[in-house]
Design a protein. Structure first.
Lengths: 253, 386
C-alpha cells in the first residue's frame, strides 16, 4: 500500500508572529519556516506504517512556493521515499486555498493510487482545518479526521478520533483520507544518514497547469489584525469583596 | 563565493538545534543546581544521539562515524554550543586524535569510541605546566621494555566519565643550543590501570557539571602498545589533530552568543522604563547592533577557518584568530546582555548570569587568548625574521 502525505511549509511554531503594518497579512520575510507540525505527525505515522510492513512506499507532496522543496527534503530525511512539489505560488505571502489544494491532491491521488492519504488536521498558519475533508469530498472517499490512533486492518482501518468530550472509535474502508491530531505520535528527528540520503531521493516538480487545476483565489482577505490584548485584571482584598464584585459589578452570580 | 548552506547542511543545523532545545535545555537547571548530570539523563542523550547517527559525527563513515567535513561539523557544534556543555558531552564527539590509532589500538580505542561504547578524555595540562606544555613534569622512564609513569595532570575535562584517557607524557630530553628540550609521547591509558588514579578536581564557576579532574600516576606501568603515534612523537600528533578543539571553542562560543543575543533582543523589545521600550533608548539599541555585528563576524571567521581545512589550505593562524575573537566576543556579548537585563540579569532565576560565567573559561582553555595571539603573531613575523 502506498501512503501519500501532503505537507505544508508554514511559519515555524517557535516564531512570534507579527502582523504587517498595512494589515494585509503576517510578516513572513526573513522568518524561519518549517513543516507544519501536524504534517510531521502524519509523516511519522506513515514511516511507522512502513516500518511495520503495512506500507510499501511513502510519497510526500507539497503545494506552494519553490522553497517548499526544503519542507519536502525534511520529509525525505525523516524517511519518506520520494517527493512531489506542485509550485502553485510565487511569493511566500500567497496562501493557496484549501479547495485548490484538495483538487490538486485529488489529481495526484488519481495518478499515484495510494491506499491512504495522511494529512495534518490543520495547518498552524491559517488554521482552516479543511483540506483533508475537501479532498475526501472531491474523491468521494471515506474520511477519518482528528486521529489519535490508527490501526490498519484487513479490509481498511480502525481510527480513534479525538472529538469534543471524548474519543470515538470508527472503522473505515480503504482507500481513505485520515487527518491526524496532536497525540497520535511524537515525530522523530531526521537521522544524519537519512539527511545525507535525502538529496538522492527523487523529487518531481509540477505546476497546477500540469493537472489542469485552477488555483486562483476565491476568498478575499479584507484585514488581518493582532488579537486584542487581554485587559489587566484586578486584585481583590477578600472573598467578601470578590463575591460583591461578581454580584454587583460583573453581574455573573 | 557562496555563503549559503546546502539543504543537507540546513537540515543538520535544524535537527541539532531542535535536539538541543528539546533534549538539552529542559535538563539545564538540574545540572546547574546539582553540579552534575544524572546518569539516566546522560544515558538517554547518548542513546538518542547514537540512534540518530550523530554520535562521532566528526569521524569518517568507513569506521562508523557521521562523515561530516570540518565545516559541517563546525555547524553542528555551533548549535550544540547553545546548550549546556555538561549535557552535550553525551552528544559524543570523541577527540579526532584517535584517528592516530594503529593496529589493534583501533579495535580497543578508536572503534569503541566511535560507537559510544568507550568515552575518552585528553590530558596535557599539569599544575606547573599550562600554556608551557613542554614544561611538563609528568615523566615516563624505560624499565624492562615498558614505560613507568610518575606525575600529575589537572583540569582534565570529562575524565570522570572517561574509560580511557589520551595522556601526553615526557619521555626524554634533548640538549639544544637553547637549553634542554623535553621529548613528549602520547599514551592511551585505561581507567583502572594500576598506579593510575582519576581524582576529583576543582569547582569551576564556568560550565557547572562539566567537571575537571586530577590524574595521578604513581609507578604506573604502560607497555609500548599504549603509545599513540610514535615514541617521542607527541608534538607531531598534537599538531596534526589538536587544531580541532580550538574550532570547537570558537563555534560553540558563536552558538551560545546567539542564544544570549536572542534573549537580550527580546527583553529590549519588551521591557519598559520611562514609558517606553528600553530598546528605544540608543544606549540599549546600539549595544544590540554591536553584539550582532560581532557575532556575525565571529561566525564567518570560524566557518571560514573550518572551510580552509576542508580545502587543505593552511589554517593554523585562521583557527587561532577564530578561537581568540569568538571567545572574546562571547565575553562582550554576555556582558552586554547582562547589562540590558539590569539587576535581573545577575539573578540565577534567569540563565543570563550562567552564560556570563560560562563565557569566562572560553578565553582560557584550549590555549589562552595570549597564546592564540602568540600563534597568530609568530606566523606573521617569523617569515620576516622577527
Ligand atoms: C575548566 C577547564 C578545563 C580544562 N580541560 C582541560 C583538558 O581537558 N585537558 C587539558 O589538557 N587541559 C585542560 N585545561 C587546561 C587549559 O588548557 C589551561 O588552563 C590553559 O592552557 C592555560 O594554562 P594555565 O591555566 O596553567 O595558565 P598559565 O599557562 O599558567 O597562564 C597564566 C597566564 O599567563 C599567560 N601566559 C602564559 N604564557 C604566556 C606567553 N608565552 N605569552 C603571554 N602570556 C602568557 C596566560 O595567557 C595566562 O594569562 C582546562 C582548563 C580549565 C580551566
Amino acid at each position: 500500500m502506498k501512503v501519500l502525505v501532503p505537507v505544508k511549509r508554514v511559519i515555524d511554531y517557535n516564531v512570534k508572529v507579527r502582523v504587517k503594518a498595512d494589515n494585509t497579512g503576517v510578516d513572513l520575510a526573513n522568518v524561519k519556516m518549517s513543516m507544519n507540525p501536524f504534517d510531521e505527525i502524519a509523516v511519522e505515522e506513515a514511516i511507522r506504517l512502513k516500518e511495520a510492513g503495512k506500507a510499501s512506499e511513502i510519497i510526500v507532496v507539497s503545494v506552494g512556493v519553490k522553497q517548499s522543496q526544503e519542507t519536502l527534503r525534511t520529509g525525505l530525511a525523516m524517511g519518506a521515499d520520494r517527493a512531489i512539489l506542485i509550485e502553485a505560488a510565487e511569493t511566500v505571502d500567497t496562501d493557496v486555498e484549501p479547495l485548490a489544494v484538495a483538487k490538486l491532491l485529488a489529481k495526484v491521488v488519481e495518478e499515484e493510487q495510494p491506499g491512504l492519504v495522511l494529512l495534518g488536521k490543520q495547518a498552524i498558519d491559517n488554521d482552516c482545518n479543511a483540506t483533508g475533508q475537501m479532498l475526501a469530498a472531491v474523491l468521494g472517499w471515506p474520511q477519518a479526521t482528528f486521529a489519535s490512533k490508527l490501526e490498519i486492518t484487513d479490509d481498511g482501518a480502525q481510527v480513534i478520533r479525538e472529538v469534543d468530550g471524548g474519543l470515538q472509535t470508527i472503522k473505515i474502508k480503504t482507500p481513505a483520507i485520515v487527518t491526524v491530531d496532536l497525540r497520535l505520535n511524537e515525530p522523530r528527528y531526521a537521522s544524519l544518514p537519512n539527511i545525507m540520503k535525502a538529496k538522492k531521493k527523487p523529487m518531481e516538480m509540477k505546476t497546477p497547469a500540469d493537472y489542469g487545476v485552477d488555483v486562483s483565489p476565491r476568498l478575499e482577505v479584507v484585514k488581518v489584525v493582532e488579537p486584542a490584548s487581554r485587559q489587566a485584571g484586578i486584585k481583590v482584598g477578600s472573598v467578601a469583596e470578590l463575591v460583591d464584585k461578581l454580584k454587583n459589578e460583573a453581574g455573573v452570580i | 563565493m557562496h555563503f549559503g548552506l546546502t539543504d543537507e547542511q540546513q537540515m543538520i543545523v535544524d535537527t541539532v538545534r531542535e535536539f538541543v532545545e528539546r533534549e538539552i535545555y529542559p535538563h539545564e537547571n538540574t545540572v546547574e543546581s546539582t553540579g552534575e548530570v544524572p546518569a539516566e539523563i546522560a544515558a538517554e542523550i547518548k542513546r538518542k544521539t547514537l540512534e540518530l547517527g550523530f554520535y562521532a559525527a566528526n569521524f569518517p563513515e568507513e569506521i562508523g562515524g557521521g562523515g561530516l567535513n570540518h565545516l559541517e561539523f563546525a555547524l553542528l557544534e555551533r548549535e550544540l554550543g547553545r546548550g549546556s556543555m555538561a549535557l552535550n558531552h553525551f552528544f559524543g564527539r570523541p577527540q579526532n586524535i584517535l584517528m592516530a590509532c594503529e593496529g589493534e589500538q583501533r579495535e580497543r580505542y578508536l572503534l569503541p569510541a566511535v560507537k559510544g561504547e568507550r568515552m575518552d578524555a585528553l590530558a596535557m595540562t599539569e599544575p606547573d605546566a599550562g600554556s608551557d606544555v613542554r614544561g611538563m613534569k609528568c615523566v615516563a622512564k624505560r624499565e624492562g621494555g615498558d614505560w613507568v609513569v610518575n606525575g600529575t595532570k589537572h583540569f582534565i575535562s570529562g575524565a570522570e566519565h572517561a574509560d580511557f584517557i589520551i595522556v601526553f607524557i615526557a619521555t626524554g630530553e634533548d640538549q639544544t643550543p637553547k637549553g634542554p628540550k623535553k621529548r613528549i609521547t602520547a599514551f592511551l591509558v585505561d581507567r583502572g590501570t594500576p598506579g593510575f588514579e582519576i581524582a576529583p578536581g576543582y569547582q569551576s564557576v564556568s560550565h557547572r557539571g562539566y567537571q575537571n579532574m586530577i590524574l595521578r600516576f604513581e609507578d604506573c606501568r604502560l607497555p609500548d602498545a599504549q603509545v599513540l603515534g610514535e615514541i617521542d612523537g607527541g608534538f607531531a600528533v598534537m599538531n596534526e589533530w589538536l587544531y580541532a578543539t580550538r574550532i570547537t571553542v570558537a563555534t560553540m562560543s558563536v552558538g551560545r552568543a546567539r542564544r544570549v543575543f536572542d534573549m537580550a533582543l527580546g527583553y529590549a523589545a519588551e521591557r519598559e522604563q520611562f514609558g517606553q521600550k528600553i530598546g528605544k533608548f540608543q544606549g540599549v539599541s546600539f549595544q544590540l547592533a554591536d553584539m550582532i555585528t560581532e557575532i556575525d563576524a565571529a561566525d564567518h571567521l570560524t566557518l571560514a577557518s573550518a572551510w580552509r581545512l576542508d580545502q587543505a589550505l593552511p589554517a593554523n593562524r585562521e583557527i587561532a584568530s577564530a578561537k581568540l575573537y569568538a571567545s572574546e566576543m562571547l565575553a562582550r556579548v554576555t556582558d552586554a546582555a547582562l547589562q540590558i537585563y539590569g539587576g535581573m540579569g545577575l539573578m540565577s532565576d534567569l540563565p543570563i548570569e550562567r552564560f556570563w560565567r560560562d563565557a569566562r573559561v572560553e578565553r582560557i582553555w584550549d590555549g589562552t587568548s595570549e597564546i592564540q595571539r602568540h600563534i597568530i603573531s609568530r606566523e606573521l613575523l617569523r617569515p620576516l625574521g622577527a
